[in-house]
Design a protein around this ligand. Structure first.
Ligand SMILES: [Zn+2]
Length: 202
């Protein structure tokens, strides 16, 4: 049977570039590839676009209450070799389980690409489900500005770091951007409590 794979990392770790490369490789060998994105992610419209402006057309924009294994979507997906799903952190738990069914019952490979944690350090719903259900997991890493490996996505609004606001605010919209930071830099710039006296508990 086919597998569900999860490729995750911080912002700028090359997840979408990896999707576009995988798309190229499968297509080159004559395999049918279906590209899926959550409708919630408005960036790029019906395209998957990386930071170097390479792009591919999205075949299915999946709404929050829509399933990859609905009768309608199966008409598009059934003869595919693999489904590549971008921004997978925004899928619901149930949608991830449906991707898992697609691999293990319909025998169609699924590779999901997404962020691990939100800007406050919590796992996204789709990510938590994927860490549970994925048959294989690969972490892509990028360096923090200090040179250490980044594991957090810090939110910037108008160039200022913040830990406030909604969980979902799309990079590049409403003056919101995200910066990959290591643990030490996240502590200093976002939490702002780096002294023992700031954090000690009764
Ligand atoms: Zn750092």
């Amino acid at each position: 049977m086919a597998d569900l794979s999860f490729i995750y990392g911080t912002m700028e770790s090359g997840k979408t570039t990896k999707l576009l490369q995988d798309n190229f490789n499968y297509t080159k060998h004559g395999h049918k590839v279906i590209i899926v994105k959550p409708k919630l992610d408005t960036k790029g419209g019906d395209l998957v676009v990386n930071r170097r402006k390479d792009s591919a057309k999205v075949d299915i924009l999946l709404d929050k209450n829509e399933s990859i294994i609905s009768k309608e979507n199966l008409k598009v997906v059934l003869d595919a070799k693999v489904v590549l799903a971008d921004e997978a952190q925004f899928f619901t738990h149930e949608q991830v389980v449906d991707f898992w069914y697609l691999a293990h019952v319909f025998d169609i490979g699924v590779i999901c690409y997404g962020l691990k944690n939100d800007f406050q350090g919590y796992l996204f719903e789709g990510t938590a489900a994927l860490l549970s259900f994925a048959d294989s997991k690969t972490e892509l890493t990028v360096k923090c500005e200090c040179g250490e490996t980044a594991i957090f996505n810090a939110r910037c609004v108008n160039g200022e770091y913040t830990n406030q606001g909604n969980t979902v605010a799309i990079d590049g919209e409403d003056d919101v951007s995200y910066v990959p930071l290591c643990g030490d830099c996240y502590l200093k710039k976002i939490i702002g409590k780096s002294q023992i006296s700031d954090i000690i508990k009764e």
